[in-house]
Design a protein around this ligand. Structure first.
Ligand code: AHR
Length: 308
């Protein structure tokens, strides 16, 4: 057999990894750090090159990151938007550059839904409803007025808007459940503690329930309640959202009564969506992560098993 040399043969172009630009909104909470970790790990596992920018809760830093991803000609852009408003112009720039865009965790409020391909994340409205249902059940034997305070996350962010609305929609027909005060504390431990302190100074033991939009703020509030001389979980019923290990520890000690789960481990879903997009498949407009509710009786068994 003669060796025939094919003159037209060309070396195949080297296969380059998919490049994903991700604008993370910040590192304000344990949830956020677990979310970042999940994305980094999943990118590595999937062989996707991740260009990661942390915006420290600043929308203008997110804009800078997105513009630099456009300049770098990344294959896909993903954004976890700090707040919902103000995104339309920059998302138009992304569309003009022909780069597909994925919303992760939070949503941007845009009039043209073709500006993003899919939105991957939790159903925050449902989380608020679950928190409201817990309060109704827990307080069902009480006929007197129950004063509730609410620690809201970042003002104008998707979870703050939807968790607040879901909660109100569920409790609205229970006229003895009264929201005394509702204030933003930016999803952080420090602000949770500070705002709870001011609630206690103004309303003291009129506060019977604390609804906190995340665990970090609830943990800060627990310190404020103890310093004020009341017992968290007993004098003040506490319901929080996320399901971090630290919150489970407090729940096992009876200092938090219930936690509505919000899953930060979105890395694998994001990488799958990126791969499918690059292969030309179409994605559902909304990808929702399944989540549970936990109460004190389950806490002991769960502590230490949580991945975040
Ligand atoms: O967007 C998800 C929320 O953001 C989490 O509940 C909170 O902990 C985080 O900061």
């Amino acid at each position: 057999v003669k060796n025939v040399i094919n003159q037209n043969y060309q070396e195949p172009a080297p296969v380059r990894p998919i490049v994903l630009g991700f604008s993370q909104l910040g590192s304000e909470s344990a949830w956020r750090n677990a979310n970042t970790m999940s994305i980094r790990e999943a990118a590595e596992e999937a062989g996707i090159e991740l260009r990661f920018e942390n915006a420290d809760q600043s929308q203008s830093k997110q804009f800078e990151a997105v513009r630099s991803f456009i300049k770098q000609k990344v294959d896909v852009i993903a954004i976890a938007p700090v707040i919902e408003s103000g995104w339309e112009p920059i998302l138009k720039e992304v569309k003009q550059a022909g780069i597909p865009l994925i919303m992760l965790d939070r949503l941007a409020n845009v009039s043209d839904p073709s500006l993003y391909v899919t939105y991957i994340g939790s159903d925050f409205y449902e989380e608020g409803r679950k928190a409201g249902k817990y309060v109704i059940d827990k307080m069902s034997s009480k006929k007197d007025n129950i004063g509730i305070v609410e620690l809201v996350g970042t003002e104008g962010s998707t979870p703050s808007i939807a968790r607040g609305k879901g909660f109100r929609d569920v409790i609205k027909n229970h006229t003895n459940l009264k929201i005394l005060k509702s204030e933003p504390a930016d999803f952080t431990f420090e602000q949770g503690k500070q705002v709870m302190k001011s609630f206690l100074t103004k309303m003291g033991s009129d506060i019977r329930v604390l609804y906190s939009h995340n665990d970090d703020m609830a943990l800060g509030a627990i310190e404020a309640i103890e310093e004020y001389g009341l017992r968290p979980g007993k004098d003040i019923i506490i319901i929080s959202v996320d399901g971090t290990n630290k919150a489970f520890e407090k729940m096992a000690q009876g200092k938090i009564n219930s936690v509505v789960e919000c899953n930060p481990l979105l890395g694998p879903n994001l990488m799958q969506a990126v791969n499918e997009l690059i292969q030309g498949r179409s994605l559902p407009k909304r990808i929702v992560t399944p989540e549970s509710v936990f109460t004190e009786t389950m806490a002991e068994a769960e502590v230490g098993k949580r991945k975040y």
